[in-house]
Ligand binder design. Structure first.
Ligand SMILES: O=P(O)(O)O[C@@H]1[C@H](O)[C@H](OP(=O)(O)O)[C@@H](O)[C@H](O)[C@H]1O
Length: 222
């Protein structure tokens, strides 16, 4: 499966892309979130891709990483909050010569450090942020969507033998599906809606259940 993730990651971060490949980005997060690929080797693949000499590849990879941090929960956070990962990430600011890479890296680190401020298990992220601030790096102000991320981290995907809403039992014909907003498991009929989830950094419309669709639509109207 690691090979499959590497292939999807390379497609999502191809140097010829002129705009984000949200299809590929979501696929990367889904593969990790669903447990189809283990988080550790996937984050190692992302970490390696961040060292690419082409800044377009690095920028696309930063989008994949940002979506993974915002949508895959602890399994990704624990890989990012390591000395090795933070050392490489810091180098994107101190060693990379492209401003777009530096600025995006600073923006992401700022968001993570704020979201993890009270989580001692992710101390490495907060410490890296503080050390860089002390070293005089100028962090951008937090974007509203990132502030929303701090409040909410996408839930892990549930598993089960039946649809969470109508209780129909999954079979070869009644396939499992997941709502990207609540992480619960549904049949196709109960999760046929799609919508963007900016609170999780997802700008592309993705599958959601009826309840989350109505709830998020109502919130957007407010
Ligand atoms: O179709 P399958 O081969 O059963 O695979 C399912 C699809 O990948 C679903 O994606 P989706 O939620 O985007 O439909 C995912 O939510 C399920 O966990 C998988 O079991």
């Amino acid at each position: 499966m690691a090979g499959k993730f590497q292939k999807i990651l390379e497609q999502a971060t191809d140097s010829t892309l002129v705009e984000p490949n949200w299809e590929g980005i979501i696929l990367c997060t889904d593969m990790i979130r669903s447990g189809e690929v283990p988080a550790k080797p996937s984050l190692q693949a992302i970490r390696k891709r961040l060292q690419h000499e082409n800044p377009h590849v690095v920028n696309h990879t930063l989008l994949v990483l940002d979506a993974c941090v915002k949508n895959c929960g602890h399994k990704v956070h624990s890989e990012v909050a390591t000395r090795e990962f933070m050392e490489d990430f810091k180098n994107l600011v101190t060693e990379n010569k492209y401003d777009e890479v530096k600025n995006k890296s600073l923006e992401m680190l700022q968001c993570w450090a704020t979201a993890f401020a009270n989580k001692p298990e992710y101390k490495m992220v907060v410490d890296t942020h503080n050390l860089m601030k002390l070293a005089g790096f100028d962090f951008p102000s937090l974007k509203e969507a990132d502030a929303m991320f701090m409040a909410q981290v996408a839930p892990e995907w549930a598993d089960g033998p039946e649809c969470y809403r109508c209780r129909s039992v999954f079979t070869v014909f009644t396939r499992k599906h997941h709502c990207r907003a609540c992480g619960q498991i549904f049949c196709d009929k109960c999760s046929s809606r799609e919508m963007a989830l900016p609170q999780f950094g997802i700008e592309k419309e993705v599958r959601v259940c009826e309840t989350c669709y109505e709830k998020n639509k109502a919130e957007i109207k407010e």
